[in-house]
Design a protein around this ligand. Structure first.
Ligand code: SAM
Length: 279
């Protein structure tokens, strides 16, 4: 094992069998494990017979501890960072520490493993080629709806984390903003005994979850299909180009030139030009 390195070690998100061999080796060999909550991590570490000293590093003391940990690392200690579940830094503490290590030229070594968002995405049946992870939606209703409004036209698959306290409110807001018909998936209690992956329209999911109290319990990843782009829609930049050209030349010529600039069909742009002139 290299000395003076920070290891970022992913932990299971429910099923303890998902811990990797490499994670076990690293956690046994380091000088210190920085954990989010010692009470949470100790039982699993004990089960694995890992006796490495623990230090609590959470969002409230993170800034304060960073300098001390970087000093320890530059002095040659080796430290692992884990969080309660999944991959550290993914909606979890660790970013200030990793950044400080990079700045101090301390090597940061990732030890990959589970993360709820990738786990959910891999089984959701929604497009995986491009996705947008939003973490937890805002807690207050108005801020959350505003957040969703900003994402309404996004074409990528959207991924959110949500807690049992807000799952129903969040789903209802998603249905209101993205539309009841938008396909979505709720991945609940992944890798655990009561794992469920429900794939329906947002409207149906709101109904189902409000009827079934069991579906309001546990941990959730919510995935929402990206917006389907209207092939006929003219984006604002194209419209701006068309408007400028229309000021300078006849309609047909403006449409032809706009088609050359944007790659959009000439006929569609001609039709749009007529609409703009009428409007
Ligand atoms: N670092 C973690 C990761 O890599 O997935 C995420 C930590 S974040 C504080 C916790 C949230 O992740 C939960 O509220 C839930 O939204 C999601 N999550 C974690 N474990 C999950 C599971 N087993 N099933 C579904 N969602 C889970």
């Amino acid at each position: 094992m290299d000395k003076g390195c920070l290891y970022i070690v992913a932990m299971p998100i429910g099923n303890r069998g998902d811990i990797t061999e490499r994670a076990k080796q690293v956690l046994s060999a380091v000088d210190l494990i920085a954990v989010e909550d010692t009470r949470h991590s100790r039982p699993l570490l004990q089960m694995l017979a890992i006796t490495t000293p623990l230090l609590a590093l959470h969002e409230h003391n993170e800034q304060k501890l960073v300098a001390r940990l970087v000093d320890q690392l530059t002095a040659g200690d080796t430290i692992a960072l884990i969080s309660d579940a999944g991959t550290p830094l993914i909606s979890d503490p660790g970013f200030p520490l990793v950044r400080a290590c990079q700045q101090a030229s301390v090597r940061v070594i990732p030890v990959p493993g589970p993360s709820a968002l990738i786990c959910a995405l891999s089984a959701a049946g929604l497009p995986t080629d491009r996705f947008l992870f939003e973490g937890f939606p805002a807690r207050s209703g108005p801020a959350r709806r505003e957040q969703f409004r900003r994402l309404k036209d996004e074409g990528m698959t959207l991924i959110f984390y949500e807690s049992s306290h807000r799952i129903l409110d969040s789903l209802a807001d998603m249905a209101a903003v993205f539309g009841e018909d938008r396909p979505a998936v709720i991945a609940r209690e992944l890798t655990k005994l009561h794992e469920t992956i429900l794939s329906q329209s947002l409207g149906s999911l709101v109904e189902l979850v409000s009827r079934d109290l069991n579906q309001q319990k546990g941990e959730f990843v919510v995935l929402v299909a990206g917006a389907v782009r209207d092939a006929e829609a003219i984006d604002p930049e194209t419209q701006r180009i068309l408007e400028i050209l229309l000021e300078e030349m006849p309609t047909k010529q403006a449409a032809t030139l706009a088609a050359k600039i944007t790659g959009i069909k000439k006929n569609r742009l001609y039709q749009k030009a007529l609409e703009l002139q009428e409007g």
